[in-house]
Design a binder for this molecule. Structure first.
Ligand SMILES: Cc1ncc(COP(=O)(O)O)c(C=O)c1O
Length: 421
């Protein structure tokens, strides 16, 4: 009998047979409200009919059109659409299959463009599971343990708002920028630094939005020293934060934008975008891949962008996110076990802490996730370096009643779990 590798951790024992909008159904026909979107992916909801149709029609034409061998009409159309929706100056695109692959591509581009070796990343970041992406990931030791040595040349700076393990102090923006200057003076000289790679909202690291001053400070230092600023918008992109891209909240324009997850409603597809000038420095043939720009992924991405725009999903993410955040803040007033509520659109993070000391309470997160699933049929997920954040990331099509259900279910779960302690 064939077996599945035990390396996959499991959030739930559910076996789903169908999905529609923000709901998935298991083998017994039981409906579950999916507040994870399969880790912030199914932005248009599960199996949106327009995405399904676009993929089916494309599959009937041709499934694979390897970009080095020949081209297909979708590639140019997708580049055109991305140029319209990405920040100013980003007009040239490369396609890959996963977030990690796109992050790696952005680093390879930065090294070719600058002819410099080193990369700066930020505390609590998650950039993926491949060797280079793992070397850039510091959201948890579990992602790297047992895999050393990782590629060298990665330097980690501080992220504002990041909590200390004791929960008693947070990194200030000025402190984070001071530390960045220290890195540039003491560890990786500017003329050896190719890029700074930053998530505008830490994802795996605990749903923590950056500050505008912090991102402006990174942009300023990058400009001054000829370093590329790379925004990893794998989790934050395509409307999730209430803007098409999270950097728009902060008024910064990165040199390179990394995209995946929400780009194609669940089809494995990713992209990086930059200016024609930067991309021109990437020698032809020095990077590529068998499947990048796959026609099915392109069709899914084109349909996804259309649905996001025509159904007003960016605005819905902002409105439903505000509703969810306000519900969580109300619960925080009642339950001192809720520490900070951190939100940007439909990325809503709720910290669970010891009410006496403020120390992280990862055990409470695990109990709450179980209770939400078993008693309310709500699928939610944790995050955070200390494992004490619940992150709400439902599909962008979620409606007002469904958000109400999430808030009520979370309130009842808190009451039940804390009552048993
Ligand atoms: C910000 C960010 N970057 C990169 C990745 C890696 O993406 P993938 O799992 O598709 O390789 C993730 C995945 O969670 C992510 O959240």
């Amino acid at each position: 009998m064939g077996k599945l590798a035990p390396v996959w951790s499991k959030l739930t024992p559910l076996q789903v047979v169908r999905g529609e909008g923000a709901v998935v159904y298991d083998r017994d026909g039981q409906a579950y409200l999916d507040a994870t979107s399969g880790i912030a992916v199914t932005s248009t909801g599960h199996s949106h009919p327009r995405v399904v149709r676009a993929v089916a029609e494309q599959a009937a034409r041709f499934i694979h059109a390897q970009v080095n061998i020949y081209t297909h009409d979708g590639l140019q159309r997708l580049a055109d659409r991305l140029e319209e929706i990405t920040p100013e100056g980003i007009d040239t695109f490369f396609f890959a299959n996963s977030g990690a692959e796109a992050v790696e591509a952005s680093v390879k581009l930065a090294r070719q463009y600058t002819k410099r070796p080193n990369i700066i990343t930020f505390q609590g970041s998650f950039h993926g599971r491949t060797a280079q992406a793992m070397a850039m990931t510091t959201s948890r030791t579990g992602y790297r343990a047992g895999y050393m040595p990782l590629p060298a040349g990665v330097f980690v700076s501080l992220f504002p708002g990041f909590p200390t393990a004791s929960g008693t102090r947070r990194v200030e923006t000025a402190e984070a920028l001071d530390y960045l200057d220290y890195l540039l003076a003491g560890q990786t000289a500017p003329d050896e630094t190719a890029a700074m790679v930053v998530e505008p909202v830490l994802g795996e690291g605990g749903y923590l939005p950056a500050t505008a001053e912090f991102l402006a400070g990174i942009a300023e230092r990058c400009r001054k020293h000829g370093i590329l600023m790379i925004a990893d918008e794998v989790q934050t992109g395509f409307g999730r934060t209430g803007r098409m891209f999270a950097v728009e909240h902060f008024g910064v324009i990165p040199d390179v934008l990394v995209m995946a997850k929400g780009i194609a409603s669940g089809f494995p597809f990713s992209a990086i975008g930059s200016s024609e000038r930067v991309m021109a420095a990437w020698p032809t043939g020095s990077h590529g891949g068998t499947y990048g720009g796959n026609p099915l992924g392109v069709a899914a991405a084109l349909a996804t962008i259309e649905v996001i725009q025509e159904e007003g999903l960016v605005a819905n993410a902002g409105e439903r996110g505000a509703q969810l955040e306000s519900g969580m803040l109300q619960l925080a007033e009642k339950y001192p076990s809720i520490g900070r509520v951190q939100a940007l659109g439909l990325m809503v993070g709720v910290e669970l802490v010891d009410p006496e000391t403020g120390a992280p309470d990862p055990g409470l997160v695990q109990e709450l996730l179980r209770e939400l699933l078993q008693s309310h049929r709500i699928i939610a997920m944790g995050a955070g370096t200390f494992g004490n954040v619940i992150r709400w990331m439902p599909p962008l099509v979620i409606d007002k009643e469904q958000v109400e259900k999430l808030i009520d279910g979370f309130g009842s779960s808190l009451s039940a779990v804390l009552g048993k302690r």
